[in-house]
Design a protein around this ligand. Structure first.
Ligand code: A3P
Length: 300
């Protein structure tokens, strides 16, 4: 089946989610061609749920104490170049991409596809999957600003309204949002050793606790000495929105698929939706959320 999204683009349904034609081809390439290694780490998310932050935190954790501060990979490149997406970057054109940049382990990749689609590519290997999710209303508002920036226009209400309609119907890249979140939520309940479920809002309110959870999950926990010498805070500071946004590399670069690095860094606040959604929109999306998440144990 196919449908039309908020900018009039045709999307196709594959394994219960929606994708543009090129993306779908890339996902098929990925599922067919990916050769997983048990040490692989995969960062998964719905677009605009905190992917960039999680990529940065993961790189900073794995690379800690390996570099002088000036030579740190996060100071030299954008998190999205350091951790490419399977379907947007690596497998966009071929099912056998050049993987020479991934000669050391663990390899770190990213994806926006739901868990069942990812698992088909992982072929029963025991990769570690870290998922980040976020309040759907902030995801929507963030997506609206991002899309407007990509189109180099002011964020217009008419676009927000058509995105809202598409979102509620579930017709957007990787959507429906709710089923996406639920796929990873259930995965984390079934296999907590290999699927970690993080929430953007928790990362904001208790960053130390969540970073330590991530480190333990990735089998690189902080030592007592590291905890005492400020290593946790150092990583949080390096990966803070303010710091990443102000790095020259994140202000000037353009990615291979034409996205300006700076578009990934905006406000990073919880509840920015209150500035844009009407009470009717709030009510409608809250009802969908209650309906879809009811009984799952998930709460905003
Ligand atoms: P806002 O548009 O609400 O500001 P993604 O990385 O999945 O594309 O999500 C982008 C959202 O995460 C944007 O939200 C962006 O500002 C925010 N973000 C990016 N880097 C961040 C960081 N280091 N810390 C907190 N939020 C960050």
């Amino acid at each position: 089946p196919s449908d039309i999204d908020f900018v009039g683009r045709e999307l196709f349904k594959y394994q219960e989610s929606w994708y543009g034609n090129k993306m779908l081809q890339a996902i098929l390439n990925f599922q067919r061609g990916f050769e997983p290694q048990d040490t692989d780490i995969i960062i998964a998310s719905f677009p605009k749920a905190g992917t960039t932050w999680l990529k940065a935190l993961t790189v900073a954790l794995l690379e800690r104490s390996k570099h002088s501060s000036d030579a740190h990979p996060l100071r030299l490149d954008n998190p999205h170049n350091l951790v490419p997406f399977f379907e947007l970057d690596l497998y966009a054109k071929s099912s056998k991409p050049d993987m020479t940049n991934f000669s050391s382990t663990p390899r770190v990749f990213a994806t926006h596809v739901p868990l069942h689609t990812l698992q088909e590519a992982l072929k029963n290997s025991s990769c570690k999957i870290v998922y980040v999710w976020r309040n759907v209303k902030d995801v929507l508002v963030s997506y609206w600003h991002f899309k407007s920036a990509l189109m180099k226009v002011e964020a217009e209400r008419s676009l927000l309204e058509s995105m809202f309609e598409s979102f509620c119907r579930g017709v957007s890249y990787g959507g429906p949002f709710w089923e996406h979140v639920l796929s990873y939520w259930r995965g984390s309940l079934e296999d907590s050793k290999n699927v970690l479920f993080l929430k953007y809002e928790d990362l904001k309110t208790e960053p130390r606790v969540q970073l330590k959870r991530l480190a333990e999950f990735l089998d690189c926990p902080f030592t007592v000495e590291e905890e005492q010498n400020g290593s946790v805070e150092e990583i949080l500071e390096l990966c803070s929105l303010r710091n990443l946004k102000n790095l020259e590399i994140n202000k000037i670069g353009i990615m291979s698929r034409g996205v300006d690095h700076k578009n990934f860094f905006r406000k990073g606040e919880v509840g920015d939706w209150k500035n844009y959604l009407t009470p009717e929109m709030e009510k409608r999306i809250d009802m969908i959320t209650e309906d879809k998440f009811g009984g799952s144990g998930l709460k905003f």
